[in-house]
Design a protein around this ligand. Sequence first.
Ligand SMILES: [Zn+2]
Length: 96
Amino acid sequence: MGFKSKARKKRAAADAAAGRTGKDKKEEFEGQVRCNVAGCDNFADKKIGGRRLAFDRAADVWGEDGIEGQSRRISVCKSCYREWKKAKKDDMDEWS
Ligand SMILES: [Zn+2]
């Protein structure tokens, strides 16, 4: 109580001022991992279908400029992973 609840109130007020009340927004999954595909801001947590891809393999589909971050393995969200899988499949179709 005391200080802590006061601080929380203050923060809520700041959120409201910034338009972050969140009341009229539906509850969204709050993830820990961001999708590394440029322009995508979905979460890439494992439990919601996110995947880890080697940078090079991801760059085959999005290009190096299409990927945020420089790590050797990147995180992609479920829908980006689908996109990636589809692109890779098309690749393979061309080869067969
Ligand atoms: Zn994504």
